[in-house]
Design a protein around this ligand. Structure first.
Ligand code: PEP
Ligand code: MG
Length: 599
């Protein structure tokens, strides 16, 4: 006999990747994974205990975050269920037993933790009574979260073999795990942790998977296989939708698809303003295979290849040859168009397993990016060698991330020169005219732009990091996502100053942060004199359409006004009043930021 009809639940999160998906829920849940038993070497016991404690700490903070959100959105009473979750995490009976298991039996942390949770859950199960049953499901929920953290950080992918098209509902999803999902079987995605410019959200947009972030299904009754709608455009998730919902979303999906078809006619049109200024429209990609989408959408070049993705999904380092093959493939496929390879930007939310990067208190401001490379010069030189070798065949450019002072750019260039010399000695070909640029994504680099401009051939403004560092707003923290304000005058003024400096030095100015893919922000960037806008491949066609509809002169006047204004509200209001209707008429803003950054 069929059970009661599951309840329709609407959850509101953040629109992380536009588009619509309807399908069965796949709960990314450790019960469906094999928690493998490993015997750890005795000298690693303390390390393993520390790993467990970090995971418990992280789980505690996450639950606290959910509790605060729910108490604000729903009510204090409903939020109280999370108190028992927090207590369980600190329960010394559980924690001490797990630590003892690690010490005595040399078990890995996730195995020891899951064994303890399973033993307790079985004990509760054998007792009758509603209270204990509730307690058991709370325990399993907490256990799932801790094991999620331990396993995903360990890059254990055995549970990811999704056999059919599903909506993946995840918790601690890392970019490295998402990059290995079966794309065709991932219809849509819900993410619990991470703001709109977290790398998981960026990757979802690149892969064109509709996604909503800030969605927690803790405490909600949902079974695997139940129907879910993901509205990545509005940031809504509907669990167990009604027939009416399904009909409505089928129509939205069809309209979205039709709009895409219409845009595809723009593929070969040039991104030129009505008064004849060519704006290079390029793509940000994380995986080499994405060059196919860039070509499909008529991108001028790859403005940012996030090379660290080569390093995220494995326990060892990719060899020079493996890297060379990846770079060569992209360069050749895109040729004669350019491919800008950014050197490994590890850290933050992109931990490289082979570097044993530990979780840090402030990961975005920690051991990250160029700092990691300059501390690991042999690894850095292997990458530079692979890039240089690939330049022999195609139009590749090189870019250093997170530069915050002159020493870092000079030191990086010195290493590049060393590698050039080694290649010369070995008689290996490369492009001696290779263009070298740096990202401007730390306010210190904006201040030092004059001096940095003398060191490089181009600037690429990374607005994602620039906003987070300027406003002191962690880009990956969904709780403060509203404070992540691209239209802050402090952000716009820095962008203008960098573009002006590039102009004075005759070097190219590009933007590769998510702002470049937002049609409204792009008008201002164009007006400020930007040469290249680099965005997720899905935003290219819309951007071309927008560029072809405005004049540079009009954009220039708009940028002048934006620089004059003194609050984010004024700037947003001005841009909306002036352009929202126009973009809507164009079909560019009909689904706000259809596939582009949903700002
Ligand atoms: C940025 O910070 O704007 C950027 C493009 O780099 P990432 O998003 O990879 O940090
Ligand atoms: Mg960055």
């Amino acid at each position: 006999m069929a059970g009661p009809k599951p309840k329709r639940v609407v959850l509101q999160g953040l629109p992380a990747s536009p588009g619509f998906a309807i399908g069965p829920a796949y709960l990314l849940h450790p019960e469906e994974r094999v928690v493998k038993k490993r015997i750890i070497p005795p000298e690693k016991v303390e390390q393993e205990v520390a790993r467990l404690k970090r995971a418990l700490d992280k789980a505690y903070k996450e639950i606290q975050g959910i509790k605060n959100r729910i108490s604000g959105d729903v009510g204090e009473y409903e939020a109280r269920i999370f108190d028992s979750h927090m207590l369980m995490l600190q329960d010394s009976e559980i924690v001490d037993t797990v630590i003892k298991d690690i010490h005595d039996n040399l078990h890995n942390a996730e195995y020891a933790y899951s064994a303890r949770v399973n033993a307790l859950a079985e004990r509760f199960e054998s007792m009758s009574g509603g209270f204990l049953k509730d307690h058991m499901s709370d325990l399993r929920d907490v256990g799932t979260r801790v094991i999620d953290i331990l396993m995903l950080s360990e890059n254990n992918l055995s549970y990811l073999e999704v056999p059919e098209p599903v909506i993946v509902m995840s918790r601690n999803l890392t970019p490295s795990v998402l990059s290995q999902f079966h794309r065709k079987n991932t219809l849509g995605l819900t993410i619990e942790v991470g703001g709109k410019t977290s790398h998981v959200a960026i990757l979802a947009r690149s892969l064109e998977i509709p996604a909503v972030s800030g969605i927690s299904w803790s405490g909600i009754d949902i079974e695997p296989g139940q129907t879910v709608i993901v509205d990545g455009t509005a940031g809504t998730v509907i669990l167990n939708p009604s027939l009416r919902d399904i009909k409505e979303y089928e129509i939205k999906k069809a309209a979205f698809f039709a709009n895409e078809q219409e845009l595809s006619t723009l593929r070969d049109l040039e991104p030129v303003t009505t008064d004849g200024k060519y704006i290079e429209v390029s793509a940000n990609i994380e995986l080499p295979i994405e060059v196919e989408s860039v070509l499909q959408y008529g991108g001028d070049s790859v403005g940012l290849y996030r090379s660290e993705f080569l390093f995220l999904t494995r326990d060892d380092m990719p060899s020079e040859e493996e890297q060379y093959q990846a770079y060569k493939y992209m360069g050749e496929r895109m040729s004669p168009r350019a491919v800008t390879i950014r050197t490994m930007d590890a850290g933050g939310d992109k931990l490289v397993p082979a570097l044993r990067m530990a979780g840090e208190m402030n990961p975005y401001m920690g051991w990250r990016s160029i700092r990691v490379c300059l501390d690991n010069r042999e690894i850095f030189k292997i990458q530079l060698r692979a890039v240089l070798r690939a330049t022999a065949f195609s139009n590749i450019r090189l870019m250093f991330p997170m530069i915050s002072n002159l020493w870092e750019i000079r030191e990086s260039k010195k290493l590049l020169d060393e590698v050039r010399k080694e290649l010369d000695e070995a008689g290996i070909a490369y492009n001696a005219q290779l263009e070298v640029g740096c990202m401007v994504e730390v306010p210190a680099a904006v201040v030092m732009a004059e001096e940095l401009a003398r060191e490089v051939d181009f600037f690429s403004i990374g607005t994602n990091d620039l906003i987070q560092f300027t406003l002191a707003v962690d880009r990956a923290n969904e709780r403060i996502a509203e404070l992540f304000e691209p239209n802050s005058p402090a952000v716009w003024r820095q962008i203008k100053s960098v573009i002006d400096t590039a102009r004075r030095h005759g070097i190219q100015a590009c933007v590769c942060g998510e702002m470049a893919g937002d049609p409204l922000a792009a008008i201002v960037l164009i007006g400020m004199g930007i040469d290249e806008l680099s965005m997720g491949p899905g935003g290219l066609l819309e951007m071309k359409k927008m560029i072809r509809s405005i004049s540079f002169e009009e954009a220039r006047i708009c940028a002048e006004e934006v620089i004059r204004l003194t609050t984010a509200d004024e700037i947003s209001g001005y841009l909306r009043d002036r352009y929202a209707a126009k973009l809507e008429d164009l079909g560019v803003a009909k689904y706000p930021g259809k596939r582009t950054a949903p700002f």
